[in-house]
Write a protein that binds this ligand. Structure first.
Ligand code: PMP
Length: 291
C-alpha cells in the first residue's frame, strides 16, 4: 500500500506530494520542524513538542495559525499508514511558504507550507545495550541553536564525519565546552552527579533530556546544568546522549577515550530502565525488545 503524507491540508500519496521550487524552505532553509515519537499509537510528550514548535515559529516569525489541528493530523497520519501498533516517528515541517526569491519576508500574507509524514522506526536496542562511539568536532553552527530550524547543513556535515568514522554521533565543542551533538543532547556523570549544558541559545532544549531530568529527580540523582569542559571528559565516569532518535544512548568511546572500560555505566542503565518503563513499556512496548 502506498504511503500517505499530509501536505498543505491534504492527505495524499507520497508520490503525489510536490512543492514549488520557489518555496522559501528550498531557497533559504526558511522553516522549522519537529520529530515526535509515537509508541503504538500514543504520541510521546506531544504537548512539549508543540510548545517547542510554537516557539520556533514565533522566533522565526512564521505565521502558522492552525497549530491546534496538528493533533488530529498526527493521529490520522498514524492510522492512515497502519502504524497504530508500531513504533513510529512523525516528522512535521513548516516553512514560510512560496514566493519569488527575495531576502525580506513577503509583504502580502503567504500560506506556510506544511508537510507531515510518519514512518516505522524500531528502537536501537543493541546500541542501547552495548553503548556507542562518538567523535567531537568544533561547533560550527549559528548562535540560535535553540530554534529547531531546518537549516541543518553544519549538523549533517559533522554527522557524516561521525558516520565515516563508524561513530553514532558527533559531539560539538564550542569555546572548550560540550554544547550538544548533531541531533542529541549530551549528559555526563561524575561522582554520581549528572552534568549537561544549560538551555541557552547554544543548544536545542531537548525533550528527552527533560524527561531524563524528571527521572533523575524521581530517582534522587542530582542534575547540575553546567557545561562539561573538553579537557575534563576523561574524568567522567559515564556519558550518554539523549534525543527522540537515540532515546537514552550510552557513550562508551569518545574519539580515542574509552569510557567506563567500554561498557554503559550503572547510573545510565538505571535512567534507561526508568525511561523504558515510562515510555515503551507503559505505552505497550514489549519487554523483550530490550534487556
Ligand atoms: N539537539 C539537537 C541539535 C537535535 O536536533 C535534537 C533532536 N531533536 C536534540 C538535541 C534532542 O531533542 P529531543 O530530545 O527533543 O529529540
Amino acid at each position: 500500500m502506498s504511503e500517505t503524507v499530509f501536505l498543505n491540508g491534504e492527505f495524499i500519496a507520497r508520490e503525489k506530494a510536490y512543492i514549488s521550487p520557489e518555496d522559501r524552505g528550498f531557497y533559504f532553509a526558511d522553516g522549522v520542524y519537529e520529530v515526535i515519537r509515537c509508541f503504538k499509537g500514543s504520541l510521546f510528550s506531544y504537548e512539549e513538542h508543540i510548545q517547542r514548535l510554537k516557539r520556533s515559529l514565533s522566533e522565526t516569525r512564521i505565521k502558522f495559525r492552525d497549530i491546534k489541528s496538528l493533533d488530529s493530523v498526527c493521529k490520522k497520519i498514524i492510522s492512515k499508514n497502519n502504524l497504530e501498533g508500531k513504533y513510529a516517528d512523525i516528522y512535521i515541517q513548516i516553512t514560510r511558504g512560496v514566493h519569488r526569491r527575495m531576502h525580506r519576508f513577503p509583504v502580502e500574507e503567504i500560506s506556510p507550507t506544511v508537510y507531515i509524514y510518519a514512518y516505522e522506526r524500531l528502537p536501537s536496542v543493541n546500541e542501547m545495550k552495548r553503548g556507542v562511539k562518538v567523535i567531537t568536532r568544533n561547533d560550527i553552527r549559528w548562535l540560535r541553536c535553540d530554534i529547531k530550524s531546518v537549516s541543518l547543513l553544519p549538523n549533517t556535515l559533522k554527522f557524516q564525519e561521525a558516520h565515516d568514522e563508524n561513530a553514532r554521533e558527533c559531539i560539538f565543542i564550542r569555546d572548550g565546552v560540550i554544547t550538544e551533538a548533531s541531533h542529541s543532547n549530551v549528559l555526563g556523570i561524575k561522582t554520581g552527579v549528572v552534568f549537561t549544558h544549560p538551555d541557552s541559545n547554544l543548544i536545542l532544549s531537548g525533550i528527552t533530556k527533560k524527561v531524563v531530568f524528571r527521572i533523575c529527580n524521581d530517582l534522587g540523582i542530582y542534575v547540575k546544568e553546567s557545561p562539561i569542559r573538553e579537557e575534563e571528559i576523561s574524568e567522567f565516569d559515564e556519558l550518554f546522549i539523549t534525543g527522540t532518535g537515540n532515546d537514552i544512548m550510552p557513550v562508551v568511546q569518545l574519539n580515542d577515550i574509552v569510557i567506563n572500560d567500554g561498557v554503559p555505566g550503572t547510573i545510565t542503565r538505571q535512567i534507561q530502565r526508568e525511561y523504558f518503563r515510562i515510555t515503551y513499556k507503559k505505552l505497550g512496548g514489549e519487554k523483550k525488545l530490550w534487556f
